[in-house]
Design a protein around this ligand. Structure first.
Ligand code: MG
Length: 263
């Protein structure tokens, strides 16, 4: 569709949604086990008029998830990680970082009759309705992923939009944590999800994302997925379930993904 709040919004709203301050402080997570190339981390052009989530600290929710906000990002000091400690339930599990837009859902400002959710989002003092379509088989996919992995939502979208969408999408509490734009690294015009900042063993970390730019620092950890907009015959998520079932047993995701990619 033509007016996603995250990637394909016409000019004015797109500026509000996509521009913002990225990480300004390089951080090195002591739990990362693979040295990273040290991407340039800069402050993105300011000027966003989208209000920030402010004053939050990570808080336990009914689902056991933790919201990581701008305030937390700024409070973090070198040597800390984006994710909290692994819970007892997830000990030994591979961590899967899962994208939101065009991977699990597609959202639009344009009214549609078959929206699964309609989420009010305030932009510059005006409340806009965001119409959200769930990708086919997303419920089945998330349920199975929650059984197999430590699942983390990681989106380059703003929490103001993505958090309420995830509340509606993930009613079982599959996501142990949620990371938003503030947790991305702004690199060459793109919001990159730097897995080395998570605080997890990179040999036990996967990322599922429709945008290769999101995992440009860690292509060896990526499970690509086609971008989804509104094709209700799409079966990508259903088809990914057996692949992730196999990956859940991996001792080293680099080796396992390498084997899966081999012709
Ligand atoms: Mg996406």
């Amino acid at each position: 569709m033509s007016s996603s709040p995250t990637e394909t919004v016409p000019t004015g709203l797109r500026c509000s949604l996509e521009r913002g301050e990225a990480l300004a402080v390089p951080r090195v997570c002591p739990h990362a086990t693979v040295p990273q190339p040290g991407p340039e981390r800069v402050t993105a052009p300011m000027g966003t008029s989208w209000p920030r989530e402010g004053g939050d600290v990570p808080r336990a929710m009914g689902t056991g998830a933790v919201r990581v906000t701008a305030a937390l990002s700024r409070l973090q000091i070198p040597g800390t990680c984006l994710l909290p400690e692994v819970t007892q339930q997830d000990q030994g599990r591979i961590c899967v970082v899962i994208d939101l837009d065009e991977t699990l859902v597609h959202s639009s400002f344009k009214p549609i009759s078959n929206a699964d959710f309609i989420v009010p989002v305030e932009i510059e003092g005006t409340t806009h309705q965001v119409y959200v379509l769930k990708r086919p088989f997303v419920d089945e996919f998330l349920r199975r992923m929650g059984e197999l992995f430590e699942c983390v939502l990681f989106t380059a979208s703003l929490a103001k939009y993505a958090d309420p969408v995830t509340d509606l999408l993930d009613q079982r509490g599959v996501f142990r944590a949620r990371l938003f734009r503030e947790s991305c690294v702004f690199h060459q015009g793109c919001y990159v999800k730097d897995l080395s900042l998570l605080g997890r063993d990179l040999h036990k970390t996967l990322i599922l994302d429709n945008s290769p730019a999101s995992y440009i620092f860690h292509p060896g950890n990526a499970v690509p997925v086609q971008s989804w907009f509104d094709d209700m015959a799409d079966t990508e998520l259903l088809n990914l379930i057996p692949i992730f079932e196999e990956l859940s047993e991996a001792e080293d995701v680099y080796a396992s993904l390498g084997q899966l990619r081999a012709p």
